[in-house]
Structure formats: C-alpha cells, structure tokens
Design a protein around this ligand. Structure first.
Ligand code: AMP
Length: 194
C-alpha cells in the first residue's frame, strides 16, 4: 500500500547525552509509522538515526534507507529497511533522500545533520523545491543556532522571509502534522489511537 506521506529525517549518527533526544527520535518514528507514513533516512542503525528507523518499523511504517557504500560498516546499515539503497557517493544519497520525500525534518545532530538541514533550507529559498522544512528543537539544543540566525537577520545577511521558510518547535507530533499538511497531504488517524 502506498504510504500516506514520506518524511526525510536528518539526525545524529550518535545518540547525544540527554535521554530527551532518544525519546524525541522514538516519538518521531512512532508518529510516522502510526499514521501510515514512510521514513526516508540515512540507512544506519547508530544513534538517533537508528532510533527513528526502529520506532517507525515498530509502529508499522515503511522505511527507506539510503547509505553510501563507504558508510555501510561505520553507520551499521539497517537491514530491516523496506528498501535499503547502497549508493556510490554522499551526493547520490542526498539527492535520492530529497527526491523520495514530501517534507524534511531535522532532529538534534552534529555537522552531518546541520549540512543536510541547511542544504534542504537553502534549496527551498532558491526554489529548487517547494517541500516544507522543519527543525525539532529538543531540550533547547538549537536555541543558540536560532540566536545566531536572528543575528544574521539583524546584520542583514538574511531576511525574515528566509527564516519563515523553516518550521520549528519542540513537539514532534505538532511539527510533523504541520510538515505533512504543508506538503498538501493529510495524515490519516492513528490506527492504534495514540
Ligand atoms: P552527524 O549529524 O554528524 O552525526 O551525521 C548525521 C548523518 O549525516 C550521518 O549519516 C552522516 O553520514 C551524514 N553526513 C555526514 N557528512 C555529510 C555531508 N557532507 N552531507 C550529508 N550528510 C552527511
């Protein structure tokens, strides 16, 4: 059956120190799977990435993992994916992830996550795609990034309209619904009633 929507999730290949990160990753996967959605992600079993995929599968969702050959061992490719694509380069991974998604969501993570988030966001501002982009700000992890971006607007290196191209919040369910609806889709009710 065709998934109701497809969300590309960018997040840490490490778990982070705060248990709130793991809880949020699980909530994201559970929401996607519980609403009949599809997760598109980097295909690994490590860190928050692995947790989102595990929770999506547990909730009955579809998982598409896309991983470069060189990272199959390092990031422990998730063999339970409904589709596991082993690609030649990081560029192929990112292009395929973007093509397969209706919307993008970044969770806490490191420089890989930031790079992917900023690419989705900058491509949106350039009109290369019109898919919603979201940032889940758990435990204030991204507060200082927003301070910096506000400074960038004050210094006139950015405009308010660019900031408005990114949805953000701390509640996974609220943000995911906003992204799916922003993509012109509507999430069906959860089968498990949660
Ligand atoms: P990190 O947030 O650094 O833990 O990385 C999260 C994911 O981003 C991992 O799957 C990395 O393989 C991936 N990643 C690392 N560098 C890049 C990059 N330049 N472009 C896209 N993804 C990357």
């Amino acid at each position: 059956m065709k998934p109701a929507f497809s969300i590309c999730v960018y997040c840490g290949s490490r778990p982070g120190v705060d248990s709130e990160f793991a809880a949020a990753a699980t909530a994201v996967g559970s929401w996607i799977g519980g609403h009949g959605g599809q997760l598109v992600y980097g295909g690994g079993r490590t860190g928050l990435m692995g947790m989102v995929a595990h929770a999506t599968l547990q909730a009955g969702g579809r998982v598409v993992g896309i991983i470069p050959k060189a990272l199959v061992e390092k990031e422990l490719a998730e063999q339970r994916c409904d589709e596991l694509h082993i690609v030649g380069t990081m560029h192929e991974r990112k292009r395929m992830m973007a093509e397969r998604a209706d919307a993008f969501l970044a969770l806490p993570g490191g420089i890989g996550t930031l790079e992917e988030l900023f690419e989705a966001w900058t491509w949106r501002q350039l009109g290369y795609h019109d898919k919603p982009v979201g940032l889940l700000n758990i435990a204030g992890y991204y507060d200082k990034l927003f301070d910096f971006l506000d400074a960038s607007v004050r210094h006139q290196f950015m405009s308010d309209w660019q900031m408005k191209l990114i949805c953000h919040g701390a509640d996974p369910a609220v943000l995911l619904r906003e992204l799916v609806q922003g993509a012109g889709l509507s999430p069906p009710p959860r089968l498990d009633g949660i």
